[in-house]
Design a protein around this ligand. Structure first.
Ligand code: FRU
Length: 319
């Protein structure tokens, strides 16, 4: 397989990738053993980094040299200044992000070495606003070739997707913006959004919540739901299940199932799984959109990069 990850600037001439979602501060604590109740413990390592799914996807896309933009609420708090500077230094465009003076969201992440676990405690003040349709309408959609939505509020995301659809309808076929979404909330809320997507990414967490035991079962259930919704209309999206160590499963618009196996790494090499799914999504977008590879090669590349991501802390060893 040829490698879509080589450093040549394939992104030249491609329209921007826009990632809609949240930017948060991740406080990462690495401990040898997961703490028991009421103990004081020294960590093996501790650091902070910019996080949040769409913000992480931008980090990885930028590392591949992709012209990308983050669109989400930014806070004017002192703490957030470091995150904003980090995005600016890396060349992630934030020109259309609205600002607020509310305390920004953060996540406390505990990575335990034995057993290897990742625990995320996500903290977002209810008053922290989300980007609105009005904010989104200020963006000139002519500049984008792919828009990825992290779906947090289904209604807002739906209204944004409708804007993109309207834009696509007014533009010649080859110029349409591709839409992808990642989602791990109530499925009933999601169905209207799926109608607008080309690619939908689900996490294994969603499958666990529904008791879908294997990637094949999860995909069969999704395929069935898609058929009920779409009939034989091939406008339905690719459904992608990120199934951690087993790899990525996919059902295409014709209902064909594929499992693209993961690249297993030795347990001793597994250092930091935080954001592995975001890395997979970003790498898929890169291979599929920038390098124009077919879906299975793009998923394979996504798997490879997700495994590689886990071998070191952060994202800067990718690309
Ligand atoms: C990893 C991540 C973290 C963030 C958490 C919740 O996938 O994006 O960076 O803290 O998920 O959004």
């Amino acid at each position: 397989m040829s490698d879509p990850g080589s450093k040549v600037s394939w992104a030249v001439g491609k329209k921007k990738v826009l990632c809609v979602g949240l930017c948060v501060m991740d406080y990462v604590t690495v401990v040898k053993k997961f703490p028991k109740e009421t103990v004081e413990l020294r960590c093996a390592k501790g650091f902070w980094q910019r996080g949040g799914n769409s913000s992480n996807i931008c980090t990885v896309l930028r590392n591949f040299g992709v012209n990308c933009e983050f669109f989400g609420m930014l806070s004017t708090s002192n703490l957030f200044r470091i995150l904003i500077e980090d995005m600016q230094t890396r060349g992630i465009c934030i020109d259309h992000c609205p600002r607020c003076d509310k305390e920004p969201p953060f996540a406390s992440v505990i990575l335990s070495t034995s057993p290897k676990t990742q625990n995320i405690i996500y903290c977002r003040n209810k008053t922290y606003p989300y980007v609105s349709l009005e904010d989104f309408q200020k963006i000139d959609l002519n500049n984008y070739g792919w828009i990825h939505f992290r779906c947090l509020y289904a209604n807002v995301t739906l209204s944004m997707m409708r804007e993109v659809e309207k834009f696509n309808e007014q533009n010649p076929k080859g110029e349409r913006i591709i839409i992808s979404m990642d989602f791990d909330r109530a499925l009933e809320e999601m169905w209207p959004l799926v109608d607008y997507c080309d690619y939908v990414f689900f996490s294994k967490q969603l499958a666990d919540q529904h008791g879908w035991l294997t990637p094949k079962d999860a995909c069969a259930i999704m395929d069935e739901k898609m058929r009920m919704r779409w009939g034989l209309n091939l406008k339905r999206p690719y459904i992608i299940f990120m199934w951690r160590k087993e790899g990525v499963a996919c059902v295409d618009p014709h209902g064909n199932y594929t499992l693209v196996p993961a690249y297993t790494i030795k347990p001793s090499k597994m250092v930091d799984p935080l954001g592995a799914g975001d890395t997979l999504t970003a790498s898929f977008i890169y291979a599929r959109y920038i390098r124009e590879r077919d879906v299975s090669i793009s998923l394979d590349f996504g798997n490879r990069m997700a495994s590689h991501k886990c071998t070191k802390y952060g994202y800067d060893h990718i690309a």
